[in-house]
Design a protein around this ligand. Structure first.
Ligand SMILES: Cc1cc2nc3c(=O)[nH]c(=O)nc-3n(C[C@H](O)[C@H](O)[C@H](O)COP(=O)(O)OP(=O)(O)OC[C@H]3O[C@@H](n4cnc5c(N)ncnc54)[C@H](O)[C@@H]3O)c2cc1C
Length: 479
């Protein structure tokens, strides 16, 4: 048997990536296995906010909001290359909440956690600011506050790059197909997968990995699949918590306004949607709809419905002068939130906080307890780093007492040598520059097909011309 790993992480979304980085940096032998591309699950389908969650105050989630607000400052400091401060305007028109309530929420938002670089909130007369100009009814009161914005998939990749530098073994397109106890270790069976649009032969796919590996501890960071994975491997127990899966869709539409600020729109049904600047377009989301599909079939099995697309257009049309119809939608994307199930029936009220569940099928006093298997239920992109730190400090440290201290709050994430801002049109790069970048993504960032580059290593997807797409695909074919 090959030397067992200390830690095997199943799932290469933001939570798996954050744990891999933290654990490798503390000296553990780490392997991370992802069945598709890294960040191909929920972690590339988010609203991309690093935020406290103003709306969660309504449900008295003060602990989660405080933790998340504080994380904005940390992530701004360690990843300024992909995290930036974003100004939000709240037009207060036909709002389901009284203005005093929103102002009270903003006061708490300003004061629940220490702010260093993030400005506080303010009241606005929208008629007197350019923020009111694109609105149908600018002659109203509004409020302004700040959160942060991040390129979600790149945050995953930067964490993985750092994890690899610190010794972690990382494999995309490697699915875990079985997980079973082997004395005081876990035995993990791995099956290589083909990318959805394979431009290369399976042999060229990735560095070989043994079909079977062993690990002293396993983290199940499979997001929406966390429960089905336990079920498939017969590791569900009567006390395992349940997940609620909630689908959320975004639409990308022709630009509704100039400026690099966002809007927080309160809808008559009490839901809130966000509107963001998105290069030459506007991004809007999200819906919240119970997901009753099979998480094992994601991301292919999840799509924005016509109803969701129409709902978002109607919401935009209530506020903006420029009207949008579903026919105007340039692109959409959809993700599934894995929410730790609590007593709430209304999906928008279920907590966005995470829960760490240790597998146990025997009493703690049993002479031969199972090796550590930790499952992550719920969470946000915003809290991935504190989640990883908690996993290390509270759960892995007792098992690996020699590990190093917490370190990720100070250590900067790596910087990509190429400019990836989505507002630089890919067609402005020369053929040679594109070739160089593709080579970089393939050799340094594990890209296995054109889609890995166009939708996750970069957000060029909807901006790239057919000829650029073909150039990138040809580069994979040529190898
Ligand atoms: C619409 C929407 C908007 C959101 N907006 C925000 C936001 O603005 N800010 C914020 O902080 N949070 C936001 N979130 C929440 C956030 O996106 C998620 O909590 C987070 O991305 C979950 O990350 P994860 O790593 O747990 O799961 P995922 O990113 O889904 O990663 C799990 C991975 O496990 C892999 N996997 C599954 N089974 C196996 C297997 N057998 N073998 C190997 N790999 C496997 C999957 O392929 C997947 O890549 C949003 C979520 C949604 C849906």
């Amino acid at each position: 048997m090959l030397e067992p790993y200390d830690l095997c992480i199943i799932g290469g979304g933001i939570n798996g990536a954050g744990i891999a980085r933290d654990a490798a940096g503390r000296g553990l032998r780490v392997i991370l296995l992802e069945q598709n591309d890294f960040a191909s699950g929920t972690s590339s389908a988010s609203s991309k906010m690093i935020h406290g969650g103003l709306r969660y105050l309504e449900f008295y989630e003060f602990g989660l909001v405080r933790k998340s607000l504080a994380e904005r400052e940390v992530l701004l400091k360690i990843a300024p290359q992909i995290v930036r401060i974003l100004k939000f305007c709240i037009p207060h028109v036909n709002a389901p909440r009284p203005a005093w309530m929103v102002r009270l929420g903003l006061f708490l938002y300003d004061h629940l956690a220490k702010r260093r670089s993030i400005p506080g909130s303010a009241i606005l007369n929208l008629a007197q600011t350019p923020l009111g100009a694109p609105l149908k009814n600018p002659d109203i009161q509004g409020m302004m506050y700040h959160d942060c914005w991040v390129d979600d998939a790149r945050l995953v990749i930067l964490n993985l790059l750092d994890a690899e530098r610190k010794g972690a073994i990382l494999r995309n397109y490697c699915k875990v197909v079985s997980l079973a106890r082997a004395d005081d270790l876990w035995r993990i069976t791995v099956k290589p997968q083909m990318p959805p649009a394979p431009e290369i032969t399976p042999e060229a796919l990735s560095q070989p990995i043994p079909e079977m590996i062993h690990a002293r501890a396993v983290v199940n960071a499979t997001g929406p699949s966390v429960q089905s994975l336990l079920e498939d491997f017969k590791l569900l127990t009567p006390t395992t918590p349940r997940l609620t899966l909630v689908q959320g869709s975004h639409i990308i539409v022709p630009k509704l306004y100039d400026g690099d600020h966002a809007y927080f729109l309160q809808l008559p049904d009490r839901r809130v949607i966000f509107v963001f600047p998105y290069g030459p377009y506007t991004l809007c989301g999200t819906t919240e709809k119970p997901f009753d599909g099979d998480p094992r079939l994601m991301p292919q099995g999840v799509q924005a419905s016509e109803e969701e697309r129409a709902y978002l257009c109607t919401a935009l049309n209530q506020f903006f002068k420029r009207q949008t119809s579903p026919q105007d939608i340039i692109a959409d994307y959809c993700g599934v939130r894995p929410l730790f199930q609590d007593a709430h029936q209304d999906v928008s009220k279920i907590s966005r906080d995470y829960h760490l569940e240790i597998y146990s099928n025997e009493p703690h006093t049993a002479p031969n307890p199972p090796p550590l298997l930790l499952s992550i239920f719920g969470g946000k992109i915003t809290t991935y780093r504190v989640l990883a730190e908690e996993v290390m400090e509270k759960i892995l440290k007792p098992q690996f007492p020699h590990i190093g201290p917490s370190w990720t709050a100070q250590a900067p994430l790596p910087v990509c040598p190429y400019p990836l801002e989505k507002n630089k049109n890919i067609d402005e790069f020369s053929d040679q520059e594109i070739r160089d970048m593709v080579t970089y993504f393939r050799t340094q960032e594990w890209a296995k097909c054109a889609d890995d580059i166009l939708t996750r290593r970069t957000k060029w997807g909807i901006l790239a011309s057919q000829s650029v797409r073909e150039t990138i695909s040809r580069m994979f074919n040529a190898s």
